[in-house]
Design a binder for this molecule. Structure first.
Ligand code: HEC
Length: 128
């Protein structure tokens, strides 16, 4: 009897730790889904620079202003938080190389590395 209690307690500890990790994992993988107002805002917003706005309109906005595309919604902070934690250069690299459902270059054939950087800052930041 005296020997079983410690093992029961440590088994309970393992179960509790597992539940906690699963809950934390779920929280991280499922950022709050954007609502219709946030989608409408993403559809409307454009970079101030006309040349960038044109690139954004011809490429990025096709996926990044749609709730069901799997792409982080432009200007929706919860969708960008975990990504931004990896640092802006890593995100810009993903656009250039492609990632998941995003083709390399994000469908912008004539974007320069500087354009990708500016567009990523615009999209991952607050509504201008
Ligand atoms: C065909 C759809 C599509 C287009 C066009 C597109 N993206 Fe994406 N983008 C995605 C998807 C899907 C993801 C999520 C990829 C993943 O994490 O699996 C993504 C992710 C990103 C990320 C985050 C990358 C990371 O490492 O977390 C950035 C930054 C980004 N896109 C910027 C852009 C820019 C800038 C453009 C325009 C030049 C663009 N995207 C065009 C679909 C697209």
């Amino acid at each position: 009897m005296g020997k079983t209690w410690p093992s029961v307690l440590s088994a309970l500890g393992v179960v509790a730790a597992t539940v906690l990790l699963v809950l934390l994992g779920l929280r991280e993988r499922a950022p709050a889904a954007p609502g219709p107002a946030e989608v409408a805002r993403a559809e409307r917003a454009r970079p101030a620079d006309a040349r960038l706005a044109q690139r954004y309109e011809q490429a990025c906005v096709l996926c990044h202003a749609r709730a069901d595309s799997g792409a982080p919604l432009s200007h929706h902070a919860p969708s960008w938080e975990a990504r931004l934690a990896r640092g802006l250069p890593a995100l810009v690299q993903s656009v250039q190389n492609g990632k998941g459902g995003m083709p390399a270059g994000g469908l912008c054939a004539d974007c320069s590395p500087q354009d990708y950087d500016s567009l990523t800052r615009f999209m991952s930041g607050p509504t201008p």
